[in-house]
Design a protein around this ligand. Structure first.
Ligand code: ZN
Length: 162
């Protein structure tokens, strides 16, 4: 069995299940003024750099950061509830597989997909609290789901320096 830490550090694709607890409206970069209803959303991304998927996910989870990607506005306005990692995965393939599931919507054309010519958006609205859909997607793509807190726990390999 693969060690969790190894998966975290691998390159691949990830899905953030996010909640907006209230209607959100803001000017988001080149998208202009956007409005999102309260509810749950799935964001699809890829990380190929140093530190792998976990490094990117930790950036998404930071509550203090400069807004750069469209999703930065979302992660600052709402909260990440769950994270799925797909080692070696590609965000657009994940998004395409997700579109076979029911109940997903495209709230804002082009959100998160400025550099992509295959997806209507990398942010999808999801029904209910999104957990059922995320689990269906996890089974379809052989992903791994994690709580947000797993990205903050210290690794077993590092002795703690109190
Ligand atoms: Zn795409």
């Amino acid at each position: 069995m693969m060690q969790v830490d190894n998966i975290f550090e691998m390159p691949g694709a990830y899905v953030l299940l996010m909640e907006l607890s209230a209607i959100y409206s803001d000017d988001i970069g080149a998208l202009g003024n956007v409005k999102l209803s309260a509810g749950y959303y799935l964001y699809f991304g890829s990380a190929r750099g140093k530190g792998g998927m976990a490094a990117r996910v930790r950036r998404h989870l930071k509550i203090n950061k400069k807004r750069y990607w469209h999703v930065d506005w979302m992660t600052l306005a709402g909260s990440v509830k769950k994270v799925m990692l797909v080692p070696g995965g590609v965000e657009c393939e994940l998004r395409r597989k997700a579109s076979a599931l029911s109940g997903l919507t495209v709230p804002i054309l082009g959100f998160g997909s400025s550099d992509c010519n295959q997806c209507p958006a990398h942010l999808l609205g999801v029904k209910g609290n999104g957990l059922t859909t995320l689990e269906e997607l996890r089974l379809a793509v052989t992903g791994h789901s994690y709580s947000v807190s797993s990205f903050f726990s210290t690794t077993a390999a590092q002795p703690s320096t109190v």
